[in-house]
Design a protein around this ligand. Structure first.
Ligand code: NAD
Length: 245
């Protein structure tokens, strides 16, 4: 299937690692041009279709300058894949979390979803079939113990996506959300103390490419009637009844 992404300009926040990096690679293979917004862009192998733009998604002037850099380079923005996020407080009791830590999580995982979209919107509005996809988490709907702050931030990201889809319908801009369960990335290895990876896990684990494929599909015009949705990539776990049928 042709995803019709040829030459489209896509911003991938958090695209220097994990899910974002897999998404950037897949989008390039599909013919798109990709601007990676990340704190660290030294790992981004730049080409005529891929640029790394140093950017802190928490910081409005940094985001604004990054958007200007993309428009200066390619003259348009068709899509935003909003992937940058942190999960630094996994395993912490809620009373041990400081206000500084709480605010940092919300600044990256919530404000950091909003600012790149806010500044991309004037450019998205100029394109037919513009689409946004936000990476939340299954933690927006179910909680592992010791993860209250992350779950709260991902619940906000999911609701942000749905509410934004309502506001942007008038502009013909779609907004969807992907909610993965565990994905084998540097972030999850750090958070779950799995330096060697998840080969010994007794639960299913996504590959970053599994999520990249869902993200690419949702910004593709082929899913033009899919809007305001949160797609769970969790192997069906949250659909299961607690009743032992
Ligand atoms: N890995 C999982 O199990 C999993 C599951 C569900 C959801 N997610 C979500 O997927 C997204 C990607 O996670 P990942 O596992 O690929 O993590 P990762 O750590 O491998 O990649 C995240 C990227 O975001 C960047 N980033 C962090 N703070 C930033 C900031 N302030 N400004 C710009 N860039 C910033 C990092 O530099 C990094 O390159 C996150 O939103 C995460 O919460 C991950």
């Amino acid at each position: 299937m042709d995803l019709e992404l040829n030459d489209r300009v896509v911003i991938v926040t958090g695209g220097a690692s994990g899910i974002g990096a897999a998404t950037a690679t897949l989008l390039i293979e599909e013919g798109a041009r990709v601007a990676v917004f990340d704190l660290h862009t030294t790992t981004v192998s730049e080409s005529d279709r891929l640029i790394g733009v140093p950017c802190d998604v928490r910081d409005e002037s940094s985001v604004s300058a990054a958007i200007d850099a993309v428009v200066a380079r390619w003259g348009r923005i068709d899509s935003v894949v909003s992937c940058a996020g942190i999960s630094t407080l996994f395993g912490r009791s809620v009373e041990s979390v400081t206000t500084v830590e709480w605010d940092e999580m919300m600044q990256v995982n919530v404000r950091g979803q909003w600012l790149p979209i806010k500044h991309a919107l004037p450019h998205l509005r100029q394109q037919a079939s513009a689409a946004i996809v936000i990476v939340a988490s299954d933690s927006a709907m179910v909680a592992a113990p010791g993860d209250v702050v992350y779950c709260t931030s991902k619940g906000a990201a999911l609701t942000f996506a749905r509410a934004l889809s309502v506001d942007l319908q008038v502009d013909g801009i779609r907004v969807n959300c992907v909610c993965p369960s565990i994905v084998d990335t540097p972030q999850s290895r750090r958070a779950m103390d799995k330096a060697e990876g998840f080969a010994d896990a007794d639960y299913p684990v996504n590959d970053p490419l599994d999520i990249a494929r869902a993200l690419a599909l949702l910004i593709s015009p082929v899913t033009r009637s899919v809007n305001g949705q949160a797609i769970l990539a969790d192997w069906g776990y949250t659909a299961m009844s607690s009743y032992p049928a």
